[in-house]
Design a protein around this ligand. Structure first.
Ligand code: GDP
Length: 305
């Protein structure tokens, strides 16, 4: 985890350094506060959260009548943690029910990091001694199923695949059905993400979600997690896509990938606000172990490191 934190801190160091150098100026005047606000907006925090945060921070600094950089830094840390929201439940719902596996559907545009994320999650679950089955419900591109199966081999779990062009929902159904039969703990389903035909894709995902739940017992009436994988480097563009997905399927959590390659960590706040669901996991590299649970305080500390 220290390694991951270092990686996150490295990519965000310009943001942290920028903020800290602004805060340690002799005078905290109007233009300094504006620069702090701009720095937060540049980091993709979003205009409203950035403005609100700076207003609150200013007011607290004013009430305390302090210029002490360490005190102001501590207050900034507190305000950043508050805006990231430490109260959200970020635990991954992967506990199997009596006769049912937990079922996790992973959605997002092509290239966001879905398949990689499925592989990384499988790796974590296997390390926790859980049995895992992968479902390759991107039947549009043969290469996609191939890539998922390769991840499966790497982490030592089976992959259920359909023929190229098969109905993605039927592959998802088969994966869950097999998970039921085999007493699997968690079934992870990877999906297609081509956005050229938005309506078609959204209809498809809705159907995959419905059909994947069919083999489950009646009391287990919906999937355990629907994770939206979002590339942190796509900023506000990615936000538009995120909304489209959240309208098509009820998202339960966000996985923010490629945070190792951007200083725009503020996107965490923007996307949580836009979708009303927590960031649960973050991707910090291409390797199998480059996935970390998200936690507000740890994230802010890495940002300000
Ligand atoms: P998909 O089309 O959504 O399934 O995306 P892939 O899983 O194929 O990932 C697309 C590319 O992003 C691949 O080259 C991955 O190695 C890379 N990638 C995925 N997650 C991360 C991450 O957290 N950090 C970095 N740097 N690259 C990532």
């Amino acid at each position: 985890l220290a390694k991951l934190r270092a990686r996150l801190a490295k990519s965000n160091s310009s943001l942290g350094r920028g903020l800290l150098s602004l805060l340690s100026r002799d005078t905290l005047d109007e233009s300094t506060w504006e620069e702090i606000e701009d720095t937060l907006i540049m980091a993709d925090l979003g205009v409203d959260p950035a403005t609100e945060l700076v207003d609150r921070l200013r007011e607290r600094v004013r009430v305390l009548g302090t210029r002490d950089p360490q005190t102001v830094r501590d207050l900034l840390r507190e305000e950043l943690i508050a805006v990231v929201d430490p109260t959200m439940d970020r635990s991954l719902q992967v506990e199997r029910a009596d006769s049912d596996p937990a079922v996790v559907l992973v959605v997002g545009v092509n290239g966001a990091g879905k398949t990689t994320t499925v592989g990384k999650i499988a790796r974590v679950l296997v390390a926790e001694d859980r049995s895992v089955l992968l479902g390759a419900a991107d039947t549009f591109r043969a290469a996609a199923a191939e890539q998922l199966a390769t991840w499966g081999e790497r982490v030592g779990v089976e992959t259920v695949r359909g023929l190229e062009g098969a109905d993605p929902a039927s592959v998802a159904y088969t994966a869950v059905e097999r998970g039921m039969q085999e007493g699997t703990d968690v079934v992870l389903i990877d999906t297609a993400g081509r956005l050229q035909n938005k309506k078609g894709l959204m209809d498809e995902l809705g159907k995959v979600k419905r059909v994947a739940a069919r083999p489950l017992s009646p009391e287990h009436d919906s999937l355990d997690e629907v994770l939206l994988v979002l590339d942190a480097t796509t900023g506000q563009n990615g936000m538009q896509q995120a909304k489209v997905f959240s309208e098509a399927v009820n998202i339960t959590g966000i996985v923010l990938t490629k945070l190792d390659g951007t200083a725009k960590g503020g996107i965490v706040v923007a996307v949580q606000r836009a979708l009303g669901v927590p960031v649960k996991l973050i991707g910090l590299g291409e390797g199998a172990d480059d996935l970390a649970p998200f936690d507000a305080a740890g994230f802010v500390d890495a940002l300000l490191a």
